[in-house]
Design a protein around this ligand. Structure first.
Ligand SMILES: Nc1ncnc2c1ncn2[C@@H]1O[C@H](COP(=O)(O)OP(=O)(O)OP(=O)(O)O)[C@@H](O)[C@H]1O
Ligand SMILES: [Mg+2]
Length: 240
C-alpha cells in the first residue's frame, strides 16, 4: 500500500491465519472506520479471536493490515500498540494483585502523547465512575463487570484510535453488559473506531454500524442494524 493512502481507521485485506498448517482465518477483508462500531460474530472456532490476535501481530499471519493507511502487517505487538491499536482480550486479564489505579497506569505505558496522561485518566474515570470510587482497591476484588470496565479503561489509557474487544459481554450480568456497551457507544461517538467480537448475534447486530459474520474463517455476511429484527437473516447468520 502506498504512503499516499489517507484512509482513517483499520483496513484488513486477505488476512490469513493457520495453526500448524490448519487454516483458522481464510483470507478475510474488512474495514473499521473512525467513529464506527463494527461487530464480528460467529460460532465457536469461527476464527474471531484469531482475527484480533493476527491484527495485533500476536499470531503469525499473512495479508495486509493498515492503520490510517500505514502498513502494520510485519510489526510485533508492542509496536502495533504504538500505532494506535488496543485489544481488550477475552477474559479481561486485569492484574488482580494491583490496584485499579496501577492497572490504569500500566495501560498508559504505550501512550504516544505522554503529556496528556492526567487528561486521559480523568476521561476514563468519567466514563467508568466505579473505577474512581474503587481506585485503591485490588483489581481482583472487583466484580466481573467492574473488571471488564477496568480492562476497557486500561486499553483506553494507551489512547488508541482503534479499540478491539474480544467477547466483552462474556459472563457479565445484563446490567453490566449495558454499562459496557453504553461506554462503547460514547467511545464510538468520540470518533474512535471500535471492533467488537461477540457471540451474541442479535445484540451485536443492533448495536454495531455494521456486523460481519464469520464462519470457518470466512466472512459470509455483512449486516446492518435493522437486520437484527430480520429472522431470515439471523438464521443465516447463525447457521450459515
Ligand atoms: N493457539 C492455537 N493453536 C492451534 N489451534 C488454534 C489456536 N488458537 C485457535 N486455534 C484453532 O483455530 C480455530 C479458530 O479459533 P478462534 O479461537 O480464533 O475462534 P473463535 O471464533 O474466537 O472461537 P470462540 O467463539 O470459541 O472464542 C479453531 O479451530 C481453534 O481450535
Ligand atoms: Mg474467541
Amino acid at each position: 500500500m502506498s504512503t499516499a493512502d489517507t484512509r482513517q481507521g483499520l483496513h484488513v485485506e486477505n488476512l490469513e491465519v493457520a495453526y500448524n498448517g490448519v487454516p483458522a482465518v481464510r483470507g478475510i477483508s474488512f474495514e473499521v472506520n473512525a467513529g464506527e462500531a463494527i461487530g464480528l460474530i460467529g460460532p465457536n472456532g469461527a476464527g474471531k479471536s484469531s482475527t484480533l490476535l493476527a491484527i495485533m501481530g500476536a499470531t503469525p499471519r499473512s495479508g495486509l493490515v493498515t492503520v490510517h493507511g500505514n502498513d502494520i502487517s510485519g510489526l510485533a505487538p508492542e509496536k502495533v500498540v504504538r500505532t494506535g491499536l488496543a485489544l481488550v482480550p477475552e477474559g479481561r486479564h486485569v492484574f488482580t494483585e494491583l490496584s485499579v489505579m496501577d492497572n490504569l497506569r500500566l495501560g498508559a505505558v504505550a501512550r504516544r502523547d505522554k503529556s496528556s496522561y492526567k487528561e486521559a485518566l480523568e476521561h476514563v474515570l468519567d466514563l467508568f465512575p466505579i473505577l474512581r470510587d474503587f481506585g485503591h482497591r485490588h483489581a481482583g476484588l472487583l466484580s466481573g463487570g467492574q473488571q471488564q470496565q477496568l480492562a476497557i479503561g486500561r486499553a483506553l489509557m494507551s489512547d488508541p484510535d482503534i479499540l478491539m474487544l474480544d467477547e466483552p459481554s462474556l459472563g457479565l450480568s445484563p446490567t453490566a453488559v449495558d454499562t459496557v456497551f453504553e461506554a462503547l457507544d460514547v467511545v464510538r461517538k468520540a470518533g474512535k473506531a471500535v471492533l467488537i467480537v461477540e457471540q451474541r448475534a442479535e445484540f451485536t447486530i443492533a448495536f454495531s454500524d455494521r456486523t460481519y459474520v464469520l464462519h470457518d474463517g470466512v466472512i459470509t455476511l455483512s449486516l446492518k442494524p435493522e437486520d437484527a429484527e430480520n429472522v431470515e437473516v439471523l438464521t443465516e447468520a447463525y447457521f450459515g
